[in-house]
Design a protein around this ligand. Structure first.
Ligand code: NAP
Ligand code: SF4
Length: 678
């Protein structure tokens, strides 16, 4: 256990404008799509209040548009009338009652809007939105400035402590500040002063409208990561102008949404972008907030103590654990559920137009449903068989609810498939998750029995009131002549280090695990350590002050092997990868010369290699190793045996359905089942 003094800077108060923030953590803005569900205000109030109760120093809402053109999409939230402001009052009341402070984010999406006719600084289309924008007229720009100020005034009416003006990530304000998207010839285009006029006037007029006591935070693009983006001197000049115009705090954003460099996905090393916040901090006197891939109190403390920033923004870590700050303050940092930067249940859901939640914390954004779960009537004797993701989530949640839990695991360690995931380059955060699970087992007094294969007789003798079978999956072995050839290995043996691959490798199966194995084989062991400098070199990030957008040509990388990834389906491989992380993985592997083949029909394996036909054309891949990543089948022999003896059991995770099993479904199912044990 760490004690509270482990984080003295993080937990110290911060003067920001007329407000004293209780500590230096900011729960950064996240879209949740809770607005799309029934009882949206009640849900949002419960969601934010839980984070306020958990100690967040300051909270920022998801974006609210200041006018109809600024919405994310036709149904996106906006704040344009006193009636709408009054509807938001329960949110601010709930946060204040929980001891927190909350800002409303004012976001105009500009040319990113998924509306019939988006607007922009200029009529220059975005590569990520097929809808062509029209340029705002000069008069409309002045009107938009007024819309921002009015929106802030309405936020004040709704009881918010302030607003965050969203000036980064390539949204409207950012579209005005750089030449990439601004070819105007009026007072909002051309010179740097003109391009900065929109944000500066927004801040100036907003301050004039809301008075000195209302917090005004501006989110500046500390690094655009796009061609034609701002060089550092322009960013610093803007920061100073925003300060002079009346902002109390400067939050930082990294990368436009159209940037081809990952900024928060798991492949980004922790705190990689702190240099950009540190640069701004040197140029201004108001507090500067650092953000992106900071997920532990120890790392946050180190950054603040180094003087690189005054406050730390974390968004996803507050989804993973609403009580991040209070646990850190109470010397219980080991109990913080870690955000593993997978994006699977937060950003991927949002992009798929589903409300967000969290892989490690399925309760996130479902606070009101979980609050209604009936409490246990008695302490039940529960057996969970299998300590993979589903079994762990189930056992820990059941024990948390007061049940007496015995957790059986056939192997010598907990984690199941999670142990394989953590070996994949960039996925070291899975280690953190396993550490958290191990600590939770100990803390809740779970009777963990490793190397213990529970059978029906053991379970019958144990007198358990509930038996949960979470025995997971076994890799599928495809029926290909020669499949027992010594060249053939399973993915588990490769990722666990039990087997070594040769220089030329074919991977059968291009699902999530096939891609993970390709990443593993195309990196050498040292690269898996995620050095920030190596990441910048590989992705072409320039940390020197002069480069527009912070870009340079990516350095060529030499992969240690030649890898071919195969699938039978005719489509392009990689469709099953995460929406917001898959593109980065594919780009990284393409740099390392991964070859992919679709439309494969496997014929045989022999000393020559793998014989197959590709879209009907026969060929032989002369490879040293063939790795099987052909999916999984349920390991449910125990469930069958229990049923045969008439014993009731719940079957969860891969043991129930192997197809499309991932940690997200496993944890969600395990936790929900445990919550239903009364
Ligand atoms: P998967 O996604 O179902 O992929 C299995 C692959 O094996 C497919 O490419 C399939 O393609 C091939 N295959 C299936 N049966 C075959 C057979 N009889 N012979 C030859 N090839 C066969 O399974 P997975 O890769 O094992 O992943 C398991 C789960 O973990 C999935 O839900 C996955 O989404 C998840 N996961 C996700 C990530 C991520 O990045 N988000 C990473 C790892 C795992 P064809 O049938 O076209 O050949
Ligand atoms: Fe973090 Fe993944 Fe949870 Fe998103 S879903 S908050 S990335 S752990």
């Amino acid at each position: 256990m760490q004690n509270a003094t482990a984080f003295p800077t993080l937990l110290s108060p911060l003067q920001a404008g007329a407000h004293v923030l209780r500590n230096r953590t900011l729960m950064g803005s996240m879209h949740t799509r809770l607005e799309s569900l029934d009882r949206p205000i009640e849900r949002l109030a419960a969601f934010y209040a839980e984070r306020a109760r958990g100690g967040a120093g300051l909270i920022v809402t998801g974006g609210y548009a200041p006018c109809a053109d600024g919405r994310l999409d036709e149904n996106g939230p906006m704040l344009v009338s006193p009636e709408q402001a009054d509807e938001l009052k329960p949110i601010t009341d709930a946060v204040h009652a929980a001891g927190g402070k909350i800002l409303l984010q004012v976001l105009h999406t500009g040319r990113y809007a998924k509306i019939a006719r988006p607007v922009g600084a200029s009529a220059i289309p975005s590569p990520i939105n097929p809808r062509a924008p029209r340029a705002l007229s000069t008069q409309e720009v002045w009107q938009t400035i007024d819309d921002y100020a009015r929106c802030a005034e309405l936020a004040q009416r709704a009881g918010f402590d302030g607003v965050e003006i969203m000036g980064s990530e390539g949204y409207l304000i950012n579209q005005f500040t750089v030449t990439r998207t601004n070819d105007r010839t009026d007072e909002f285009g051309g010179s740097m002063e003109n391009r900065h006029r929109l944000p500066v006037e927004i801040v100036r007029r907003t301050r004039a409208r809301v008075g000195p006591g209302f917090l005004l935070m501006y989110r500046i693009s500390a690094l655009d990561l796009v061609e034609g983006g701002a060089p550092a001197d322009e960013i610093l000049h803007l920061a100073q102008s925003i300060q002079a115009a009346g902002a109390d705090l400067l939050n930082t954003g990294i990368g436009w949404h159209e940037a081809r460099i990952p900024t928060i996905a798991y492949v980004v090393p922790r705190a990689a972008w702190r240099f950009a916040a540190a640069r701004i901090k040197k140029a201004v006197n108001i507090p500067v907030i650092v953000s992106n891939r900071i997920n532990t109190p120890a790392l946050a403390e180190e950054i603040l103590a180094s003087g690189d920033a005054d406050m730390v923004s974390m968004a996803r870590p507050f989804l993973a654990d609403a009580h991040f700050v209070s646990k850190a303050a109470q010397g219980r940092a080991d109990e913080i559920a870690p955000c593993i930067a997978c994006n699977q249940a937060c950003l991927d859901y949002i992009f798929a137009e589903r409300p967000a939640t969290c892989l490690v914390n399925p309760r996130a954004c479902h606070e009101i449903e979980f609050a209604q779960m009936p409490q246990p009537k008695a302490r039940r004797k529960v057996a969970v068989v299998g300590a993979g993701a589903a079994g762990l989530a189930c056992a820990i949640t059941a024990a948390e609810r007061g049940h007496a839990v015995t957790l059986y695991e056939a192997s010598s360690s907990i984690g199941g498939q999670l142990n394989l995931a953590k070996a994949v380059p960039g996925k070291n955060e899975f280690d953190e998750l396993l550490r958290y699970f191990a600590h939770s087992i100990e803390r809740h007094g779970i009777d963990l029995r490793l190397q213990s294969r529970a059978d029906a007789a053991t379970l019958a003798a144990g007198g358990y009131e509930r038996i949960i079978v979470a025995t997971g999956v076994r890799p599928r072995v495809p029926q290909i002549p020669g499949i027992t050839h010594p060249k053939v290995v399973g993915y588990a043996d490769i990722l666990s280090g039990k087997a070594q691959a040769g220089r030329r490798v074919a991977i059968i199966g291009a699902g999530g695990i096939g891609f993970d194995v390709a990443a593993f084989l195309l990196h050498d062991a040292q690269e898996a350590q995620q050095s920030v400098q190596a990441f910048f070199a590989e992705w072409g990030v320039d940390t020197s002050p002069n480069s527009p957008g912070g870009l340079k040509p990516p350095a060529p990388v030499k992969a240690p092997r030649e890898v071919t990834l195969l699938q039978r389906k005719p489509e392009k491989p990689g469709r099953s990868l995460g929406l917001t992380t898959g593109w980065a993985l594919k780009a990284e592997l393409a740099q390392r010369k991964l070859r992919t083949l679709s439309g494969c029909s496997y014929e045989r394996i022999d000393d020559e290699g793998l014989h197959l036909s590709v879209h009907g054309a026969p060929q032989t891949l002369a490879v040293d190793t063939i790795v099987l990543c052909a999916g999984q089948e349920s390991e449910n022999a125990l469930a069958t045996a229990l049923r045969a003896q008439g014993m009731a059991a719940d079957v969860i995770g891969g043991a129930e359905v192997a197809a499309e099993l991932d940690a997200l479904r496993a944890i969600d199912q395990g936790m929900r089942l445990a919550d239903s044990i009364t």
